[in-house]
Design a protein around this ligand. Structure first.
Ligand code: NIG
Ligand code: FE
Length: 407
């Protein structure tokens, strides 16, 4: 069959453009019966089943909705080990900030990573990547940030590349060069090592596609961000920023000014940050509603960002501290309930826009001829049923680059 296939359903939903912002944000639903045909991993035709170049072997014209595979543009895989006891302690009154000190929080995940061998980390992370696949994620970002030394950060980046080779999805790697100040070092000391050694070494070895910085009063400040942005730019790597999560810092405005690909979290984003992201040509607002819910944080100003014209993306933030979540449908459910996005807006924010954040929009994130055949069959009568039924996985078939992996 030469890698040919086709799938059919009662309807199809996709963003028309990437990035989708302003009037283009909401995904369009085309009524069916409608199918998608692919050859050698790429979409070759979309239309009524009788017009497809070959007969569909998946789906039925009577039910379901075809959609692009979900793109999770912010995860902290690979990691190893959970921190459920920290969640339990927060429910009894502890705070994330308090847990960050000493041996807890990010430092604890760094210790678990250091003490595990490579195979343990990969096996643990691969289970999570497969969970993601089962809920429709066909492309995702991996991050470092639990290394907290030049050697361990480079090791985590190599592990990320190794995970990418084993995972069924396409994966990019982001070097989270400044996540927490390693114990025994000053902030300035680490930023210097990150700029002088880590970023150039990771770039020289081809270990990462983007560079990220956690701007927060418990982590790094705007001057540190500027320095690392310069090092990333010198290495030819785009910037990402963890911005305004626990407190307002001006990081969203800085991310827009520096031409970062994204400012992520944004729970405390002030109006100036909303305006800056609304006008930014290159900087998306990546929203992480399950991590907000899990930490008990007030939602990010999602509708204000949308109304300002920002490119909205949704992601799991999958990590053991603030969002042990692998499911993009769960993120969409939370985004609609807590952030008040519509189902059609949430779909674009879970597909075309995160593809743009990762620089993959020419390749995936929408259903259109020429793009990779990353196609989901959603077992729903309308798109609204995805957020309407929290806790239910609506994904009944998953095609990645023309390979039927579930279905
Ligand atoms: O995106 N906020 C900083 N980093 C992660 C959490 C990391 C952790 O707690 O292990 C986040 O929420
Ligand atoms: Fe994060």
């Amino acid at each position: 069959m030469g890698g040919r296939g086709a799938i059919v359903a009662a309807g199809l939903a996709t963003a028309a453009v990437a990035p989708a912002r302003g009037r283009d944000l909401a995904a369009q639903t085309s009524p069916g019966p409608i199918g998608v045909a692919w050859e050698d991993g790429r979409i070759v035709a979309i239309g009524p089943p009788e017009d497809l170049p070959w007969a569909p072997t998946l789906g039925t014209p009577e039910a379901g909705l075809l959609a692009p595979g979900f793109v999770d543009a912010h995860t902290h895989l690979p990691f190893v080990g959970w921190r459920a006891d920290e969640y339990e302690a927060r429910l009894a009154g502890a705070t994330y900030r308090d847990q960050h000190g000493g041996e807890g929080g990010i430092f604890r995940s760094a210790r678990m990573l250091r003490e595990a061998d490579d195979e343990e980390v990969l096996a643990f992370s691969l289970v999570l990547a497969r969970e993601m696949l089962a809920s429709g994620t066909t492309a995702l970002e991996l991050k470092t940030g639990y290394g907290l030394s030049v050697d361990q950060e480079l090791r985590q980046a190599r592990l990320a590349r190794a995970l990418a080779a084993r995972a069924p999805q396409i994966c990019t790697v982001t070097l989270l060069a400044a996540h927490a100040v390693p114990s025994g070092m000053t902030r300035a000391g680490w930023v210097e090592r990150a700029c002088e050694e880590l970023v150039p070494a990771a770039a020289a070895e081809g270990l990462c596609d983007q560079v990220d910085v956690y701007v927060e009063d418990i982590a790094f400040d705007l001057d540190d961000l500027e320095r690392i942005a310069a090092a990333a730019s010198a290495a030819g790597l785009p910037l990402r920023v963890h911005a305004e999560q626990l407190g307002a810092s001006g990081a969203a405005e800085a991310a827009a000014r520096l031409g970062a690909r994204s400012a992520d979290h944004l729970n405390r984003c002030p109006p100036a940050g909303v305006a800056a992201l609304g006008a930014a040509p290159r900087t998306a607002a990546v929203l992480l509603p399950t991590s907000s819910r899990f930490l008990g944080l007030a939602p990010a100003p999602a509708t204000a960002l949308r109304d300002a014209g920002a490119v909205l993306a949704l992601a799991t933030d999958c990590n053991p501290g603030t969002s042990p979540v692998t499911s993009m449908p769960e993120v969409i459910q939370t985004a609609c309930a807590d952030y008040r996005l519509t189902p059609a807006e949430a779909l674009s924010a879970a597909t075309a826009n995160p593809a743009w954040v990762l620089g993959l929009e020419g390749d995936l994130g929408r259903l259109a001829p020429g793009l990779r055949a990353d196609v989901l069959l959603l077992d729903v009568p309308t798109l609204a049923h995805v957020p309407y039924r929290p806790g239910r996985n609506p994904v009944s078939a998953v095609v990645v680059a023309g390979e039927v992996l579930i279905g």
